[in-house]
Design a protein around this ligand. Sequence first.
Ligand code: NAG
Ligand code: NAG
Length: 409
Amino acid sequence: SHLYVCILLFSILPYIFGSLHLYFKHIFSVRLYQRLQAAGGQDNIIFSPLSVAVALGMVELGARGASLEEIRQAVGFSHLLPGVEFSLLQNLTAALLDDDSHYVIRFANSLFLQEDVTFNPEFLHLMKKYFRADVETVDFSESSAVAEQINKWVENHTDSKIRALLSADDFSSVTRLTLVNAVYFRGSWKNQFRPENTRTFSFSRDDGSEVQTLMMYQQGDFYYGEFSDGSQEAGGVYQVLEMPYEGEDMSMMIVLPRQEVPLASLEPIIKAPLLEEWANNVKRQKVEIYLPRFKVEQKIDLKDTLQELGIKNIFTNNADLSAMTDVEDLYIGKAVQKAYLEVTEEGAEGAVGSGMIALTRTLVLYPQVMADHPFFFIIRNRRTGSILFMGRVMTPEIIDPNDHAFDSM
Ligand SMILES: *[C@@H]1O[C@H](CO)[C@@H](O)[C@H](O)[C@H]1NC(C)=O
Ligand SMILES: *[C@@H]1O[C@H](CO)[C@@H](O)[C@H](O)[C@H]1NC(C)=O
């Protein structure tokens, strides 16, 4: 019967991990998106659900009681055996960091704590084990110096791509603990766009106004599907295009409503199972793509956003961070995330140009994806399904050619 139990466990495990894993990846991601969308007006959105989950995992390691439970609930870990989520997060990030030959991902996640606070050694050990992270110490009473020190740290962990994350105003004399979360990704398209095919083009925003943008073009084999949003008009069809980055582990999925339909009317249907449906139903085929060259960046006050998702306790005087340190009355004063994404012809500098499929006139009419109006996007790991970025482009922000070092950040 021992053997039987083992076999049963083995056959259940993939199911348990698979489905809960899915719950966490997608429900949490979509809930975050919906919060940002509700607050975002007509703004572009970009954030990293995986990176937020990792940052929360770090806090969870030091939390107990309600502080711990709220995080497990909100992120979708409450059905896992206690502690399994750390191994899950470790595996999901390892899957991204493993293969750095094709793309660059930098997570800069850390807890910054007041200098004279002593940490529980077990907490420090687990931070290293699961997140390969150290806890950093600063002196919050020197608010300008601390902002500079944290910014330097973030810069150093993001190849100088993310700068000036925090300012002196972000701290006060009572700050004891700050959560910093920055993520940077640079991938190179598997099928690159040819710069000579890029043209100036009009992009119609949801409010009816138009902006000039640089529109890239290519025809090639991609993952593509058409889905229905349930409306009667023109079959209610919207398009989903998945463009792999070199190595095919990572991809960008673009979800584009019909020309006359604002993105705002598609956003409410975006739900966790739908993300899975898109991923499972796009098929490899020849597609003609018009995609703006754009950048999108956002700094999110995670404190506000997470509180709306039910993670409140860690930000109050009632926080229980007793697994982190014996010091009482410790709570998280500040939590921010900054994400940045740039989409260009090659996707990354220094990439080797891949062959462009010659334009041949045949009778086949390929589906055309014309992203000249707002769209939703996801950058995901195709092996694990984890979502590195999620967001939307309401106005394609032009990339300044002189800004290639991202100095303005
Ligand atoms: C993480 O990966 C290890 C090694 O592959 C595996 O044994 C473990 O079950 C994984 N954990 C989760 C939660 O998937
Ligand atoms: C930058 O990072 C490297 C490697 O992680 C480390 O050795 C170095 O001390 C860091 N420098 C600063 C200024 O943080």
